[in-house]
Design a protein around this ligand. Structure first.
Ligand code: ADP
Ligand code: MG
Length: 161
């Protein structure tokens, strides 16, 4: 990544456009605190997290859990957990009790019209269903920042909207 300078304000929706290989996924991975940066600085939700290419925080897992919902280009669901458990997991990691986590997971899966597949394992889901489960997971903890890497590539045009 070179010369990336970007400020995103609350409630703003920004679309990154660029040819394949131009670095869209790489940039999202840096913003999502999955990849570090060799130089430059970044703040998330008002808090500086990278300064001159160095992390200012060591608890990146906590930071991601608290602030960021990431919808990956490929859904990255955990293969041995069913759809509901995949969504409930991030709620449990954020401190919700099992019952609350499960109820919210089911509510989100229903909202994304994939509630009928709630007990299915990821391998049994279609690409679009898996992507919707992944979207439910990204929304589960009501993150301040939602990062979506080509989130509609696997969805039909009606649902992409
Ligand atoms: N983990 C990696 N290590 C080294 N190079 C990578 C890695 N991931 C992606 N790249 C390279 O970085 C460039 C940008 O990739 P990427 O961010 O995936 O682009 P986009 O999402 O815009 O298609 C590409 O040239 C790609 O081959
Ligand atoms: Mg990409």
């Amino acid at each position: 990544l070179r010369d990336v300078s970007l400020t995103v304000y609350p409630r703003q929706v920004v679309a990154l456009l660029g040819p394949s290989g131009s670095g869209k996924t790489t940039l999202l991975n840096v913003i999502g605190c999955i990849l570090g940066a060799s130089s430059g600085s970044m703040a998330l939700d008002g808090e500086r997290v990278i300064e001159d290419g160095r992390w200012l925080r060591s608890d990146l897992r906590r930071l991601r859990l608290d602030k960021i919902g990431f919808i990956f280009q490929f859904h990255n669901l955990i293969p041995f957990l069913d759809a509901t458990e995949n969504v409930a997991l991030v709620l449990r990691l954020a401190g919700k009790d099992a019952e609350t986590a499960r109820a919210r997971a089911i509510e989100l899966l229903d909202y994304l019209e994939v509630g009928n597949r709630r007990s299915a394992m990821p391998a049994k889901l279609s690409g679009g269903e898996a992507q919707r489960v992944a979207i439910a997971r990204a929304l589960a903890n009501r993150p301040r920042i939602i990062l979506a890497d080509e989130p509609t590539a696997a969805l039909d045009s009606k649902r992409a909207g």
